[in-house]
Design a protein around this ligand. Structure first.
Ligand code: HSE
Length: 441
């Protein structure tokens, strides 16, 4: 049987997970592919670093360049993480014309355009299934399964840590800080948890999906991001009473061309922020560390992917799928059968967040006296924002009351201008809090 030799860089949680997964299911893959997969060398940071699965010392080296340059290595797998040395690793492997596999979302977010171009120039391929939503095969689905569709909407719960925190806050009434500490202890959160809770991990992943789905490179700087630090127990409770669950969603929406407008190309909303999701929607029921990606294509309609977005075994599952593709490319000499990314939408652009339209939940804390509701309503009206419902639980005298307003659709710019005025009202006792509402229409 023909043999494909792998050179892996990274022997930590993910790297040793891939080694273990190949030990476990390598023969199964060989019989499915008609190819023997062999890990030839693994570059590690230190031979004795702690790892969940043992790797034989005979396979390990601390010299990554030697792995990339080894003529017997057919496929290079970058699982080192980071964006500086990892960029050099991937570029040098692509420049030698070898197929490369990476799980590195931060690297692709920062340098994807350069790396995809390097793959094209060197007639190599770059596979990155494990970079987004762990074991869920969303990259392959966008690259191949949905190739005949225009993707109109994509909504993703792509950060397990945030989903875990929001789930526990809702189901147990837990406070944000307590649950974050626990997520860190359980090993879900990134080393720097602000990447999770401030939305940047989701931003990296959503940028990759948006680029792939819409055929133009989405610069991470153009993606609007809000994390979950500001979501309070009160918001979760009020949203629940109104029939909604709060989730951190990555949102990619193609904005339909306006009739008669002079459009120069497609505009796409690409953003990450907390959202009120109706209880009846399937994404409201994706709990704990699970990820889910909801994709709507113009031909296929609505589809849903659900699974583990992190963890050594789920991530290894995605890397094994990339290994199979890279190995088959070599077997049939079709190195670029499915290119990693094709910039086919030359006029594509990200919609500025101010122009994005949605419904809103607004929670204020106001003095409980006659005329307050009217003055708040007047500020929404002034900004052409329609109110769809108002909710005001009774408060204790002298402490003010929460006032929750649900609105009809309006542009973000209008909502920001209304909030700026509400903030200045003498009857407003605390910073008003706004969370967007999604109806998935
Ligand atoms: N910190 C990430 C998460 C890990 O919580 O989803 C997977 O990218």
């Amino acid at each position: 049987m023909q043999q494909v030799n792998l050179g892996m860089i990274g022997g930590g949680t993910v790297g040793s997970g891939v080694y273990h997964a190949l030990e476990q299911n390598g023969d199964l893959m060989a019989s499915r592919l008609g190819l023997q997969i062999n890990i030839l060398r693994i570059a590690v940071k230190a031979l004795n670093e702690p790892r969940p699965y043992a790797i034989p010392e005979s396979l390990m080296t601390t010299d990554w360049a030697a792995v990339v340059k080894d003529p017997k290595v057919d496929v290079v797998i970058e699982l080192a993480g980071g964006t500086t040395v990892a960029r050099a690793m991937v570029l040098s492997a692509l420049e030698s014309g070898k197929p490369v596999i990476t799980a590195n979302k931060a690297l692709l977010s920062a340098y994807g355009e350069e790396l995809f171009e390097a793959a094209r120039k060197n007639k190599a391929n770059l596979y990155y299934e494990a970079s987004v939503a762990g074991g869920i095969p969303i990259i392959k689905s966008l690259r191949e399964g949905f190739i005949g569709n225009r993707i109109t909407h994509l909504y993703g719960i792509v950060n397990g840590t945030c989903n875990y925190i929001l789930t526990r806050m809702k189901l147990e009434g837990a406070e944000f800080e307590t649950v974050l500490d626990e997520a860190q202890r359980l090993g879900y959160a990134e080393a720097d948890p602000s990447l999770d809770v401030d939305g940047y991990d989701s931003l990296h992943k959503i940028g990759i999906l948006a680029s792939l789905a819409h055929g133009f490179w989405v610069n991470p700087r153009d993606i609007y991001v809000e994390g979950i630090r500001q979501v309070t127990q009160a918001d979760i409770r009020f949203a629940n009473q109104l029939g909604y669950t709060i989730k951190l969603l990555g949102i990619i929406k193609r904005i339909p061309d306006r009739v008669g407008a002079n459009n120069n190309g497609s505009h796409v909303q690409v953003s990450v922020y907390p959202v009120l999701v109706p209880h009846s929607h399937v994404l409201a029921n994706v709990n704990n560390v699970f990820n889910a990606v909801f994709v709507r294509g113009d031909l296929v309609g609505d589809t849903l992917f659900y699974g583990r977005g992190a963890g050594k075994d789920a991530t290894a599952s995605a890397v094994l799928s990339d290994i199979a593709d890279a190995a088959l490319d070599l077997k049939f000499d079709t190195k670029c059968r499915v290119p990693p990314f094709v910039p086919h939408e030359k006029q594509g652009a990200v919609l500025p967040i101010d122009a994005a339209v949605s419904r809103y939940y607004v929670r204020m804390h106001v003095v409980d006296q006659p005329g307050v509701l009217a003055s708040v309503a007047a500020l929404f009206a002034e900004n052409h924002i329609g109110i769809s419902s108002v909710f005001q639980p009774e408060g204790h005298e002298g402490q003010g009351v929460p006032l929750v307003v649900m609105t009809h659709e309006a542009p973000n710019a209008a909502m920001h201008s209304a909030l700026a005025k509400i903030r200045q009202l003498p009857v407003s006792l605390a910073e008003p809090r706004m969370i967007r509402v999604e109806d998935f229409e």
